[in-house]
Design a protein around this ligand. Structure first.
Ligand SMILES: Nc1ncnc2c1ncn2[C@@H]1O[C@H](COP(=O)(O)OP(=O)(O)OP(=O)(O)O)[C@@H](O)[C@H]1O
Length: 373
């Protein structure tokens, strides 16, 4: 059952929490909503859950009006960051709750409830802890109980709002992998809100990046990471370096580095370009344009080394990632002199004038030193 979100708008005190948002959520899809604080993620989720209503727009489920159904009729499972488990109920009773409170006609028998709770507790790997109270569980265990409780009513759609937000990094990583496996096993449609873009890229089939109540880009994780559509997505998702390019005749230039690449027929004079740290090369052939740079710091992070290098020519410190094992190969100690050049940039021409706003819809990719992409 496809959920079609059509042109939703929601205002609070004159401010747009959602501004004309449309997206189709396919059956069995794992969709992550990411974006900075206040970008409208929770508002969209609450509307899907039936906890809030839009001022404009609608949602249909296979053509039927989804918003006309009450929260209960929608058959959604909900999990929030702060586990709203009932403290006076055991784990088993918490998981069974949604089934016990059903109207008599739709309520499964005691025996059926017991079997279903057993199965779910095993599935969330809490089979032995059914008799405990929430206060006797770790944060990660409580979130798994919350998830089991949401799953007990056999929802069509699972809505998760920062479910691992309050957990430490290690538990969080373990739980997100586990959640992805669970999602694949059950084939549920899942909408997952997080402000952690890494979590979204790792978990989701598609990621919707939200900014100021709008969806800036939606696509599979690799497209969001490798082909960000707007400057905002470049800056929000993953680490990046921002460089200003100036046009000089047929070349685009930033200090001593230049490239002949440019959008065909473009008449713009300046652009902002984004380069990922892994797209800055330290082994540039002598006849290719490059910046002279000096290594400032090396941060070793396991298999990857993060370098801060200073490029006097453009007066910027850039982040470069290389494989840790290459540190010795390049003889990289702080203070070392380097030649560096971007191997892939995403560039957005900007309007002339002090505001230098990006020109909507215009963007080009520069691939390889000096070669147009
Ligand atoms: N009930 C409300 N009353 C007034 N303003 C609200 C209400 N709910 C949300 N807002 C406002 O709407 C905007 C979007 O909020 P929302 O909670 O959807 O953002 P979010 O992306 O989920 O943020 P976060 O990551 O911080 O949870 C914010 O500016 C917020 O202050």
């Amino acid at each position: 059952m496809t959920l079609a979100v059509q042109r939703l708008s929601r205002q609070f005190a004159g401010l747009a929490a959602l501004d004309d948002v449309s997206i189709d959520i396919a059956p069995g899809e794992f969709l992550a909503l990411v974006g900075p604080s206040g970008s409208g993620k929770t508002t969209l989720l609450r509307i899907l859950a039936g906890l809030d209503y839009p001022d404009k727009g609608g949602v249909t489920q296979d053509g039927e009006d989804f918003l006309a159904a009450s929260a209960r009729e929608r058959n959604v499972g909900l999990v929030f960051q702060h586990y709203a488990l009932f403290r006076h109920l055991t784990v088993r009773e918490n998981v069974a709750f949604g089934l016990r409170v059903r109207p008599r006609k739709r309520r499964p028998s005691r025996e059926e409830i017991r079997t279903r709770v057993d199965t779910l507790l095993k599935r969330v790997q809490l089979g032995d802890l059914g008799g405990r109270y929430p206060s006797q569980l770790s944060g990660g265990q409580r979130q798994r109980v919350a998830l089991a409780r949401a799953l007990a009513v056999e929802p069509d759609v699972l809505l998760l709002d920062e479910p691992f937000g309050a957990l430490d990094a290690q538990v969080r990583t373990a739980l997100r992998r586990w959640l992805r496996e669970l999602h694949e096993e059950l084939g549920l449609t899942t909408v997952f809100v997080t402000h952690d873009q890494e979590e979204a890229l790792e978990l989701a089939d598609r990621v919707a990046v939200m900014n100021k109540g709008r969806i800036e880009q939606v696509g599979p994780p690799h497209a969001i990471y490798h082909d960000p559509a707007t400057p905002f997505v470049c800056e929000f998702v993953g680490r990046t370096n921002r460089i200003v390019l100036q046009r000089a005749d047929d070349a685009w230039r930033a200090g001593s580095w230049s490239t002949e690449a440019g959008p065909p027929g473009s008449s713009h004079r300046s652009a902002v370009a984004y380069v990922r740290p892994e797209h800055l090369s330290l082994s540039v052939p002598d006849d290719e344009p490059a910046w002279d740079a000096r290594l400032r710091h090396v941060y070793l992070a396991g298999s990857v080394a993060h370098l801060d290098i200073h490029v006097p020519d453009i007066d910027q410190t850039l982040e470069v990632d290389i494989a840790s094992e290459d540190l010795a190969r390049y003889d990289l100690a702080p203070g070392a002199a380097l030649r560096v050049a971007p191997t892939r940039l995403i560039a957005f021409p900007v309007e002339d004038g002090p505001a230098a706003l990006p020109i909507a819809g215009e963007r080009w990719v520069i691939q390889g030193p000096g070669r147009p992409g």
